[in-house]
Design a protein around this ligand. Structure first.
Ligand SMILES: [Zn+2]
Length: 286
């Protein structure tokens, strides 16, 4: 594929993922900052990455695009941490804009990469043969060292992160939950994989993959019942990253504590999912 075609495919892809923002502005550098005790934001303007710091080492979740990885590494250093202290590399899902940088991050940190079976296989294929995107959103392949199953706990230092398989957006989409201290209070954190239904996804008739609609339904069952006080996600737009970053900088220490925003996001998403499902079911009728 020629370069401009690839760029167009990538732009169309990221636009499809976050239609409310202009694609070129999801990957702008932003300064890293502290969200809670030992929890830091090290991602780009909308494409996120989170660093969990402990005396025993660090956990990093998500690698952004291939071009985000150098930003993430620079952000970790800006905070005064050595990237070699990243021992565990985790992921929300295997799409280009979150897994594109994982190969470089794994190489440069020496961390072990954990991923669900389905999205780990997608990463191993460098994003190719995706059920919705085909080969249009390829990235440097990376092979996970370890698997992740539903309910698995990953502990390092004082951190314990729990994996929740929430398929639909990808077949192995993984939402992470963890306790985190913010402004002196222990809160329940939730890092959302993604609940979006991409425009090319088929939920009725011949489904994009067998069971995709049932998967979304089940994932919403988890999302809508899970404790969620510190709401985070693979895209900043899910949880109002920019506004919260500004509020934090202005002195609101608990800017990222937002259980109402979390609930509202999943209520809105659930309604949109059902509207799209009904539309596709009606269109699929002979
Ligand atoms: Zn995605």
């Amino acid at each position: 594929m020629r370069l401009f075609q690839l760029a167009a495919a990538v732009a169309a892809f990221s636009f499809a993922i976050s239609p409310a923002i202009a694609a070129p502005h999801d990957n702008d550098p932003v300064p890293p900052f502290k969200i809670g005790e030992g929890l830091y934001y090290v991602g780009a303007s909308d494409i996120t990455s989170f660093l969990f710091v402990s005396k025993a080492g660090m956990i990093l979740i998500d690698g952004g695009y291939e071009s985000t990885a150098p930003q993430i590494l620079a952000n970790i250093r800006t905070l005064g941490f050595d990237p070699h202290r990243v021992k565990v590399l985790l992921s929300t899902h295997g799409h280009l804009d979150h897994a594109g940088g994982l190969a470089q991050l794994k190489r440069e940190t020496g961390a072990e990469l954990y991923a669900s079976a389905e999205d780990g296989a997608l990463m191993d294929r460098g994003g190719k043969a995706d059920f919705g995107l085909g080969d249009a959103a390829a990235y440097p392949p990376v092979t996970p060292d370890r698997g992740v199953v539903d309910g698995q706990k990953i502990s390092l230092g004082g951190w314990t992160l729990t994996a929740h398989l929430t398929p639909g957006h990808t077949r192995g989409c993984t939402t992470w939950t963890f306790p985190v201290t913010v402004a002196g209070q222990v809160r329940q954190g939730l890092l959302l994989c993604s609940n979006s239904v991409l425009p090319m996804y088929r939920l009725a008739g011949k489904e994009s993959y067998p069971g995709i609609a049932a998967d979304y339904e089940k994932s919403y069952g988890f999302w809508r019942s899970a404790p969620c006080e510190v709401f985070l996600g693979s895209h900043g737009i899910f949880f109002n990253l920019t506004a919260k970053r500004q509020a934090l900088a202005a002195g609101k220490a608990d800017a990222f504590v937002d259980p109402e925003g979390c609930r509202a996001w999943f209520d809105k998403g659930y309604a949109a999912f059902h509207a799209e499902l009904a539309r596709q079911q009606a269109a699929a009728k002979p």
